[in-house]
Every structure is written in C-alpha cells, then in structure tokens.
Ligand binder design. Structure first.
Ligand SMILES: [Zn+2]
Length: 427
C-alpha cells in the first residue's frame, strides 16, 4: 500500500514535471523563432559582387554561406564546400554590402514610435542605430540590444549632457529638456555616473553656445565628463560647432566628433591634432545642402508623404549653401589627412541615410570609402565586433542591391532585399 502510494505520487510528480518542461521548451522555441528571429537553414548566396565593408576590393562572383544568424564562410564559385541540403539564392547581377550603421540619430524615446522607426530604418538597410543623447524616458533602455524582428538593432546614449539652454529643448518628443543641464564639473561627473548606472552605450555632450545665446560648456567640464566616461568604460561623443572647441576636445581625449567643424575651415593645427589622436572618429553629419533633393529611386522606398515634402522643397539660401560647403570642405580635408570617418545622419527622418551617403561622396570621398565609413568603421566606433563587415563569424546583416554603389552611390537606393541576423526582412 505504501509502495503504491509512493509510485502514484512519483507518477503525478513526473506528469507535472513533464508538463513544466514542455511549457518551458515551447517557450524557448517560441522565443527562438519569433523574437530572436534566427533562421535554422543553411543558405548559400551565390554570384553577387560582394562589398565586404573592409578596405579591400569587392569580391566578384562571390559565394557566402549563412547558417542561422551567422556568416560561416566566404569565397568564390567552386572554392567552398556547400552542404547538399543548403538553400541556394542566386544573386547574379546584384551587389551585396553590409547593413548600414547610423551612429548619430534621434529616434523617438516613446516605445511604440521608436519600434516603428527601427523597422523603417531596417527597411532602408540600416542594421544598427545609436540614439545620440535625447532620450528622456527610461523605457528605451528595455530596447537596448533587443533584436526585434524586421528592426534595426538599437543602442542609446540615453540623456546627453549640456550647460543650461532655457527655452531650447533638444527633444521634439517630450516637454522636459532631454539633456542634463550642468553648472559644474561635479554635476557633469554625476550625470555620467547616473547614465553609466542605467547602462547607456555612449556619453553625449554638447559644446556649443548656440550663436552666443548660452554659456558654453567649459573645457574643465568636458574634460571631467570625458574622464568620468572613460572610468566607466564608455566612449564620449561631442556635438560641436567651433574650431577652437574641436581642438580643446582633442586635447581632452574625446573619442567621437558627432559633427564636423562648422564655423570656419579647419587649419593645420587641427589636422595635426587629429593625426596625434588617430583613435578619434569624425561623424561629419553634413547639413542640408541647400539644393533640391534628387528624388529618383526614392518612390516606393520612402513614405509617399515624405516624397511630397521633399519634392516641394525650395532651393536653399546662399547662407545654407555656404554652411554646407564649409563642412563639406572640412570633411574632405580631414578625410585626406587620414582621419577615421564614421557615419551618422542626425535629425529625425529615418530615410536621410540615403542623402548623407550621397553628400559624403559629393564632399570628395570615394563611394567605396563612404561605404566603409557607414559599415566597418561605424561598427568599430560602437565597439561592435559582430557586425559591420561581411566575413566569416559575423552576424549576417546585409543589403542586396540591384545597382552597384561603387559606380554611383545613389544605387544604394536600389534595394532588392535586406537581411538582418540572417533573416530576410518582410516587405
Ligand atoms: Zn544630433
């Protein structure tokens, strides 16, 4: 009797255990297929002109193998052993390049809008985006490095740090100023510590008097902020306007310029300072060119209402054109000097990625170098080791194009398909 009771109890326990395990397994499978968005098949992509995102010529007639979310091998036809049951995708006549990485963007800090924007960015081939300092809600931290289906990977600099700018809010999405408004070195350090505790990916600062309207952040303040960021293993990016501040920030150990010098042409002293700090990145972030945007190839790619606004845009003022030209010349000068140029679009329109790529070429960079900026170099800027280039071991984040962007950077508008984490985006 005692034995039977024991067996029954044992059986009941086993049934309960089996149910629990099944539920857990089901849960795990569910997360695996829908949230992590990892495909299980091995796929071979054959025949494309392959731009790797590294400083090397494209591979013609390429073959690369994707297993789950990873690239496992790269070569040319006949050089790779392909599993018999692999799915084969013929990309003859197409060009493949790594997904774009935008290191200076201001998406929404509201989760629903942000999610929609990350999906829009993904549809343009942007695989990763860094929100640069205007996030006033803690909700965004939940999306950090979340891999949502059909969406860009999201990173954030949380709340950036500036001196007080009453009457001016950098946030279009909230009423409160998005940045910390600091008045002392100690407040600057405290802001960094608070942000580090929240787990931000970057520290953002503004060093700008906004045309003389505000007290500019002092060298003592930004030096302390950069130092505190480094103590927490974080890099610092600065919004700047003036040549003198670019020099001061280079002396202070800044990691990233989120804008170029905008008040005048750069001089030899700045170029030499950059060369003494080869680890520093410049995100040129060119402003409106002041000329009408060529909308060819944007129909069907970006929202119709955006097309309408872009079409109706007037040719800019002489001042706007001059402001653009200073920054374009400065980009060319620093590019020629060997400065690491990364990619960022600023602003709140997701599709501006196309315009910025084109502006960088107009400024004098080669299309090949602009693509490396927007992929491999921008991944380095973000300390991302698993994306930004197409090579074995990396996450399969890439764009399939119908045109060759090395011939004309505008061909980046000719998107055939986008793959993020090995999965083709749904249109
Ligand atoms: Zn910005």
């Amino acid at each position: 009797m005692l034995l039977i009771t024991f067996l029954n109890k044992f059986s009941i326990a086993r049934v309960i255990l089996t149910i629990l395990v099944s539920v857990c397994l089901f849960d795990a499978l569910y997360i695996h297929s829908s949230e992590a968005q990892v495909s299980d098949e091995v796929t071979v992509f054959e025949g494309a002109r392959l731009i790797t995102g590294k400083n090397e010529p494209p591979i013609l007639g390429s073959v690369f193998i994707v297993d789950g979310d990873r690239i496992t091998a790269i070569g040319t036809r006949g050089t790779l052993t392909v599993p018999d049951d692999a799915l084969r995708v013929d990309l003859s006549g197409k060009t493949v390049m790594p997904a774009i990485i935008d290191t200076h963007k201001h998406p929404s800090d509201q989760l629903d809008t942000l999610t929609a924007q990350l999906k829009e960015l993904a549809s343009y081939g942007v695989g990763t985006v860094l929100s640069l300092g205007l996030d006033n809600t803690d909700a965004v931290y939940h999306l950090r490095h979340e891999l949502l289906p059909n969406a860009s990977r999201y990173m954030t600099a949380g709340r950036g740090i500036s001196t007080p700018e009453p009457g001016r809010s950098e946030s279009a999405y909230g009423t409160a100023p998005a940045a910390y408004w600091i008045n002392s070195v100690e407040e600057g350090r405290m802001a960094v510590r608070e942000q580090a505790d929240k787990g931000v990916d970057f520290i953002k600062i503004w060093v700008d008097d906004r045309g003389g309207r505000y007290e500019k952040m002092s060298p003592q303040m930004y030096t302390a902020i950069i130092d505190e960021a480094h103590k927490h293993g974080l890099r610092a990016a600065a919004h700047i306007h003036h040549l003198e501040d670019a020099k001061g920030l280079l002396h202070a150990g800044l990691d990233v310029f989120a804008h170029g010098v905008r008040d005048q042409d750069v001089d030899d002293e700045l170029i030499q300072l950059f060369q003494q700090h080869p680890e520093v990145y410049l995100v040129p972030n060119l402003p409106d060119e002041g000329v009408a945007i060529d909308i060819r190839g944007l129909h069907g790619l970006i929202p119709n209402e955006v097309i309408a606004t872009v079409e109706s845009e007037y040719a800019g003022t002489t001042a706007e054109k001059a402001f653009y030209q200073i920054q374009a010349r400065n980009l060319k000068a620093l590019y020629d000097a060997g400065v690491k140029i990364a990619f960022g679009t600023d602003g709140r329109e997701m599709w501006e990625v196309f315009i910025e790529l084109e502006n960088m070429v107009d400024a004098g960079m080669t299309p090949a170098d602009v693509i490396i900026s927007a992929t491999g170099i921008s991944a380095d800027l973000l300390n991302l080791e698993d994306t930004g280039t197409i090579e074995a071991g990396k996450v399969a984040d890439f764009i399939v194009l119908n045109g060759n962007p090395l011939e004309d950077i505008k061909n980046i508008r000719q998107i055939d398909s986008v793959y993020l984490r090995g999965t083709k985006l749904k249109k």
